[in-house]
Design a protein around this ligand. Structure first.
Ligand code: DX5
Ligand code: ZN
Length: 224
């Protein structure tokens, strides 16, 4: 694991909303602006209707930041790519249960690579899916939009799911992050935090206004 600032709520800017022609610079800029993690959205045009970046880009970005790389895989079948993302420099690797035949095995595989394992729940995927995974995982990612694109509106029903997952985590007594992804802005961030989230992904809300605005944008998301 690489260095990170200890904070109550972590902000993980999604570089999906960054300038793709200047990704290295963008990652350096969000680190300087106070980001805690770098959220990297990997999409395959099949599991989700959009195509983004692969392990080569993750590897190219690695020297540009000491922050944890939070790699969100929206690709199917996912298992064949876990090694490549681990080798490229991912610290946390998050998978969707719908993206492979055996989510428990995918989680075990990620752990065997020495990485933190996350499981992501789509808006219609129940929290119950975690019943037999909670003792293995390091992170739960609640999708508050349908995966595929930045700039969508927060789906309010997911607040109930965040609350349910928070209870499961607390009951487990394990050190598990609860991350929320999609439509996070200055209005929805406090709602997600109140429901129990401790990591907020934010693409649009971080990168709007260009590099000079990043520090203020991140501060507003923290509610500071
Ligand atoms: C959606 C991605 C998100 C997305 C968030 O599939 O997983 O990380 O980039 O973007 P905003 O913050 O713009 O909703
Ligand atoms: Zn994401």
């Amino acid at each position: 694991m690489t260095a990170e600032t200890p904070t109550l709520v972590r902000i993980a800017p999604s570089i999906l909303s960054a300038d793709f022609a200047a990704l290295g610079q963008e990652v350096r800029a969000i680190e300087a602006a106070g980001a805690d993690w770098v959220h990297i959205d990997v999409m395959d045009g099949h599991f989700v209707p959009n195509l983004t970046i692969g392990p080569a880009v993750v590897k190219a970005l690695r020297p540009h930041s000491t922050l944890p790389f939070d790699v969100h895989l929206m690709i199917s079948p996912v298992d064949g790519f876990l090694d490549a993302f681990a080798a490229a420099g991912a610290d946390i690797i998050t998978v969707h249960p719908e993206a492979g035949p055996h989510i428990h095995r995918s989680v075990q595989h990620i752990k065997s690579l020495g990485k933190q394992a996350g499981v992501s729940l789509n808006p219609a995927t129940p929290a119950k899916m975690l019943d037999y995974l909670i003792d293995e995982i390091d992170l739960v990612l609640v999708m508050s939009v349908n995966p595929g694109f930045g700039g969508q509106s927060f789906i309010t029903s997911q607040l109930r799911k965040i609350e349910a997952v928070r209870k499961m985590i607390d009951k487990s007594g394990r050190d598990i992050r609860l991350e929320v992804d999609g439509g996070i802005d200055a209005n929805t961030a406090p709602q997600a935090i109140a429901a129990g989230a401790d990591v907020l992904v934010a693409g649009t809300a971080t990168f709007k206004g260009g590099p000079d605005a990043y520090a203020g944008n991140i501060r507003r998301l923290r509610g500071a």
